[in-house]
Design a protein around this ligand. Structure first.
Ligand code: CA
Length: 232
């Protein structure tokens, strides 16, 4: 049974979501303010987190950021209010996987949840060990979202793995920013090329020996990026 954490301070919303998700067959845990939400996100195992942005004590953004920094790569859907459009980009850059703007229809939310869970790795499946590929000095397992440099783990967000995976699948070819955006993000995101560039810059910090002189993810000026996966 897939387990979902709802972090949301509006009681009606929490109860409505909990009832409906349980009806759909999910196991549901809840937190009604940021502090306990963060604790649960960090210390318990979930398949998905629904995270309200405006919360008492600790904001959804801070929870998202702290969870990713701690290596928690559970998919996160942000619940944003109307008028927080600017925050969506920030949320995605902080490592959220998707967002949905209140008021939203339950059907839409369920569709987003299913889409994300379909893409997410099922860690219980095992057989992941032989799935490592080498990119530069890094070993990456796209199935269980693991990146290793030697024996030490490199912390990467879900989105960063997906971008890397897309570039890897197209290694040696120029990838247009637009293609990257529409493949890694849902079509209805109004993310900008700047968001993509920011992600690439963060990835370079993590996988390049010299991020200012990248050898793995090259910039193709005016177009996009190209991965050289077998750089020695
Ligand atoms: Ca709220």
């Amino acid at each position: 049974m897939k387990k979902v954490l709802i972090v949301e301070d509006e009681l009606n919303m929490v109860q409505g979501l909990k009832d409906n998700l349980e009806f759909e067959g999910y196991e549901v845990d809840t937190a009604m303010e940021g502090t306990s939400g963060l604790q649960k996100a960090l210390h318990e195992k979930y398949d998905l987190i629904l995270l309200d942005v405006m919360l008492p004590e600790v904001s959804g953004f801070d929870i998202c950021k702290a969870a990713r920094r701690a290596g928690v790569n559970t998919p996160i859907i942000l619940l944003t209010a109307k008028g927080e459009e600017i925050d969506k980009v920030l949320g995605l850059e902080l490592g959220a996987d998707d967002y949905i703007t209140k008021p939203f229809s339950l059907r839409e939310l369920l569709a987003r949840i299913k889409a994300i869970l379909r893409r997410a790795p099922d860690l219980k499946q095992g057989d992941a060990e032989s799935e490592f590929v080498t990119i530069g000095n890094i070993k990456i397992n796209f199935k269980n979202y693991q990146a290793l440099e030697g024996d030490s783990e490199i912390k990467m967000s879900h989105k960063e793995f997906e971008i890397l995976h897309y570039l890897y699948n197209h290694a040696g070819k120029t990838v247009h920013r637009d293609d990257l955006m529409s493949s890694v993000w849902s079509i209805d995101y109004d993310i900008t090329t700047r968001t993509v560039d920011n992600f690439i810059s963060k990835l370079r910090q993590k996988i390049e020996t010299d991020p200012n002189n990248p050898k793995i993810i090259l910039t193709v000026h005016g177009v996009g990026y190209k991965m050289i996966a077998d750089s020695e």
